[in-house]
Design a protein around this ligand. Structure first.
Ligand code: ZN
Length: 110
């Protein structure tokens, strides 16, 4: 499972829930996300065995208080340290940091 597709999945799920920075997937993924929302426990388990990443991301968005914030971090849309969404972001790929958080700590700071 590549980090790349996790980022993409996070953006698709953010789009599904109408969040800024999300982007619209292809028709199949759109329908799949609707199916995941509609699924009962048994069907969710079946979908999860075929699409673990998408089901997990959808579950995060729907059932966890901080799910959307987590997806934004995964998608590179929010600072992983302070959660700031304004950007621009520095930091390694998939580890976005806002400018204040990315600023190097002086070694001699008291
Ligand atoms: Zn920050």
């Amino acid at each position: 499972m590549s980090t790349e597709s996790t980022t993409e999945t996070a953006r698709h799920v953010l789009w599904h829930y109408g969040h800024r920075g999300g982007y619209r997937p292809g028709r199949f993924t759109q329908l799949l996300m609707q199916a995941i929302v509609a699924a009962d426990v048994t069907h969710t388990a079946r979908l999860a065995s075929a699409y673990p990443e998408l089901v997990e991301a959808m579950n995060l968005a729907a059932n966890r208080e901080d799910g959307i914030a987590q997806l934004k971090k995964t998608a590179g849309l929010a600072c992983i340290r302070c959660g700031d969404e304004d950007g621009p972001f520095a930091g390694a790929p998939h580890q976005p940091l806002c400018e204040p958080c990315a600023r190097p700590m002086p070694l001699d700071a008291a």
